[in-house]
Design a binder for this molecule. Structure first.
Ligand SMILES: N[C@@H](CCC(=O)N[C@@H](CS)C(=O)NCC(=O)O)C(=O)O
Length: 204
């Protein structure tokens, strides 16, 4: 299989962490690609031009991190990061929905801050800041209820791939560890997993 990625993409990192946790790295060639480039080697595989994009051994091409994660979980015969059925499936899906929405909001916010200062929208940033603050508080509550005591699972991977963006780019939220001490302790442990260390973002 071929996985197109960029080293700074949190969406691609989610899939790359998942692949490592599932023990699938020997079966996946990771192809570092370029974005927003008409000559990118990604475009013949995915007209949307986004990472992650996966080409399976049978030529099946999948896009969207959540779909690729589901595919990898299905083909691995080791541990499961998406429980297959029953209440446990929906418990993890509930958390994954919030974690994926959090990732998207944070990614939009970071993208907005890359625009020249006079072109940024204060209203847009305010909406994303409020969204992020609500989700952080919600996950802190979930953690106090033991939601992240087991794992890893896909929701934990999504959250762990999003938090570093806050530390690196979002000064407005730099104190998230003081308001979310349980999440900070959880992230401290999760970020030491070899799957996380091997996929640490390169920025350039
Ligand atoms: N919903 C997609 C989002 C993927 C995404 O936006 N990836 C970014 C990199 S972080 C990208 O490829 N951007 C290039 C572009 O939008 O042209 C997913 O979950 O995979």
């Amino acid at each position: 299989m071929k996985l197109f990625y960029t080293p700074s993409s949190c969406y691609a990192r989610k899939v790359r962490v998942m692949a490592r946790e599932l023990g699938l790295t020997d079966r996946i060639e990771e192809v570092r690609t370029t974005l927003r480039n008409p000559d990118s080697d990604l475009l013949p595989y995915n007209p949307v031009g986004r990472v992650p994009t996966l080409e399976g051994d049978d030529g099946l091409i999948l896009t969207e991190s959540a779909i690729i994660c589901r595919y990898l979980d299905t083909i691995s015969d080791g541990c499961e990061l998406i429980p297959e059925t029953g209440p446990e499936h929906w418990r993890v899906m509930l958390l994954e929905g919030k974690a994926q929405g959090f990732m998207e909001g944070i990614a939009y916010w970071v993208r907005e801050l890359r625009r020249p200062e006079n072109e940024r929208s204060p209203d847009f940033i305010k909406v994303e800041r409020q969204r992020a603050e609500r989700v952080l508080a919600d996950f802190e509550h979930e953690m106090s209820q033991g939601a992240f005591d087991k794992g890893p699972d896909i929701a934990q991977i999504s959250l762990a791939c999003t938090l570093p963006l806050i530390d690196e780019f979002l000064a407005d939220l730099k104190d998230w560890r003081s308001s979310c001490p349980k999440m900070a302790a959880w992230y401290e442990g999760f970020s030491k997993r070899s799957s996380m260390i091997a996929t640490e973002p390169e920025r350039g």
